[in-house]
Each structure stands twice: as C-alpha cells, then as structure tokens.
Design a protein around this ligand. Structure first.
Ligand code: 8YV
Length: 341
C-alpha cells in the first residue's frame, strides 16, 4: 500500500497553515482541532510507516505527532529540513535517538504524568490476574473442565496480601504500584538506578535493595524501568534462576527488558510460578514459546489504555506540538538544549 494515497491531507485552503504529520490514528475530535490550525497529513488508517515512508513524511512538515512505532533517528530525519518538533504520544521514548534528534535541532517531547495512575492500576491488575490465575481459570471453564468445586483440583494461586513485591524501576509508575501494594498489606522492596529520597521512600514504605536481593526475596517481581541498551535483558536466565519457584514476574516496562525466550523456558520448567506480560520483544509478535504456556498472562501493550488516559496523552502531545510551533517551551520537553526561548 502506498502511504501517499492513504495519508490524508486536510482539504481546502490549507497552504498558508503550517504542515504537520499525525503518524497514527488519534481521536477524531483531536484531529479536527488540529485541522483548524494546521495543514494535517494524517494516517487515520493507523498503518505503520516503513522507515522510507517515515523519512519522506518528515521531509515536508514542521511538527509530528508520533508513537512508539515510529523510530526517530538520523536516518528518519535525513531530509527533515523544516521539522521543529517530534511529539511522542507515550511516556517511554526509546523510539527516539535523542542525540540525533538534538543534532538535527528538533525538539523531542513525551507524555509523562497523565498516564501514571492508569498504568499503575494495570500493573496491579496484571499482578493479581497472574498470581490468582484468572485468565487461565477462564480458559479452563471455557474448555469445559469445570465439573465440580474442589478443594485441591482447581487452579490454586499465590497470595498477594502480606507478600513481598519487588519493583525494578522506581519512577512515577513504580511508586504508584508501591502505593497500591500498601493497601494489600504487602512488603515493598525496590531497585532503581538511583535511590529515592528518604521522603519518597517513606511515602511508599519501600526499602531499597540490590537487584540480586530483590530477585531472591520478592514473591512478585514487577518491572517498570525504561528501556535502553543498559536495561536490555535486565531479566534473563541468570536472573530468573535467582527467583523463588513460587514467584511471579510482571513486565509492564518494554519488550527487550526481559529475555522472552529464557522466560518461556523457565515457565515451562516451572522455575517460577507464572508471568504477566504487557510488552514483548519484537511486539506485536509474541514469542511462540510463550503462546504454548498456560502460566503466563498476555496483554497487548494496554497498560495506559483507558479512553480518558489515551485522550489525555494525545492532548498533552498536542500541547507540546503547539507550544513548540508557537515558539514556546513545550511542557514536557526532553532535550531542553534545543529550545531557544
Ligand atoms: C504507549 C507506553 O501507549 O507511554 C508509554 O511508554 O508504553 C504506552 O503508554 C505506547 O508506548 C505508545 O507507543
């Protein structure tokens, strides 16, 4: 399919308006608002651009709303002579090569804060669903296996209350999960690149430990750290081997933080109890070994996916774009060095 035929441009007397790109489908009302101020090239078909198409799209615009599916690097920016801002509709920005974006004199922004609670809620939901085997139980009923109530022959899970949760990555979302865990009487330990302030640790009743201690002692390990070359395969076979055989592992961070093949092998051999995954290496593809297992709960990268929050993310990305194009500092600017206020 050809992008040129499928990426729509605002009709009418649009030539005086600055040209922008909306690289993924957004809410129609938000698009309509943008069309009042800009000549909008929009991909409401929600098709993922090839790198060549993206490079071409970026060559004729001043601002772009993008998401994790758009890799913005030197090659994408090669012909983007007029581009001033790339506004990610996402808090994580591992799809951005920030030094390359800054070198091109382009502002980069993301959408922090507006999704913190929604994502922490989902992390907790995935943790509960995994520990208490909710999706597995549903599949079991649908497959017609439920013929009687039983004390022992039902899917028996692991408790959350009064257990220890180990959070790797203690930013805003990690702290949100810690606060929710307190309501369940859980003991909270965490590991992070840098230790929280005493006040923040107190607010979460969280104790800082080494990664090894966390893996050895947590009943539930929750991953919420950003993806980078350093955090690639933070959890692989070696780390899983440190975990309790009764432990669960939850990944709401990014694909690539966990070695999915090593995890599938460990789940198959019951080296840990279960896993809950919202993100995958190479998503939307899911490692076929994971698909064969019943002790893993799978979700299609939906931690921030409530209508209210997705609207707030789009709105914040638009605020960032508008500010940059109006010569103002975008509210969530990543590369402050590029801003000439
Ligand atoms: C986004 C996310 O929806 O914000 C993030 O970092 O993981 C999600 O909320 C997704 O990344 C959009 O590309």
């Amino acid at each position: 399919m050809n992008t040129q035929t499928n990426t729509q441009t605002t009709p009418g007397n649009a030539s005086k308006k600055p040209k922008i790109l909306v690289a993924r489908a957004i809410f129609p009302e938000a698009l309509a608002k943008l069309e009042e101020s800009y000549e909008v090239r929009s991909n409401q078909e929600d098709r993922i651009f090839t790198p060549e198409e993206l490079q071409k799209e970026l060559s004729s615009i001043v601002g772009a709303l993008v998401a994790g599916s758009e890799r913005i690097d030197a090659s994408a920016l090669a012909n983007a002579k007029d581009l001033k801002i790339v506004a990610n509709i996402s808090v994580g920005y591992n799809n951005f090569d920030v030094p390359a974006i800054s070198a091109a004199g382009v502002m980069a922004t993301n959408t922090p804060d507006v999704l913190t609670d929604t994502t922490a809620d989902f992390g907790f939901a995935l943790l509960m669903g995994t520990a208490r085997r909710i999706t597995e139980s549903e599949h079991w009923i649908r497959a017609g296996h439920w013929d009687k109530w039983s004390i022992v022959n039902n899917p028996l899970g692991m408790d959350l209350h009064h257990s220890t949760v180990g959070i790797i990555g203690m930013g805003r979302i990690g702290q949100g999960i810690a606060k929710r865990a307190l309501g369940f009487g859980m003991n909270v330990i965490y590991h992070n690149r840098s230790r929280l302030s005493e006040a923040d640790e107190k607010a979460c009743s969280a104790r800082y430990v080494s990664k090894e201690e966390l893996l050895r002692t947590a009943d539930h390990v929750v991953l919420v750290l950003p993806y980078s070359a350093e955090s690639h395969h933070t959890i692989g076979a070696k780390e899983i081997a440190l975990m309790k055989p009764t432990a669960t592992l939850i990944n709401i961070a990014r694909g690539g933080i966990v070695d999915d093949l090593a995890l599938a092998q460990a789940l198959k051999e019951k080296k840990i109890f279960a896993a809950g995954l919202d993100v995958f290496e190479g998503e939307p593809k899911v490692n076929p070994e994971l698909l064969k297992l019943s002790n893993v709960v799978l979700a299609p990268h939906i931690a921030s996916a409530t209508e209210k929050t997705r609207r707030a993310m789009v709105d914040l990305a638009i605020d960032n774009l508008r500010a940059a194009l109006d010569g103002k500092r975008p509210p969530s600017l990543i590369n402050a060095e590029v801003f000439k206020g």
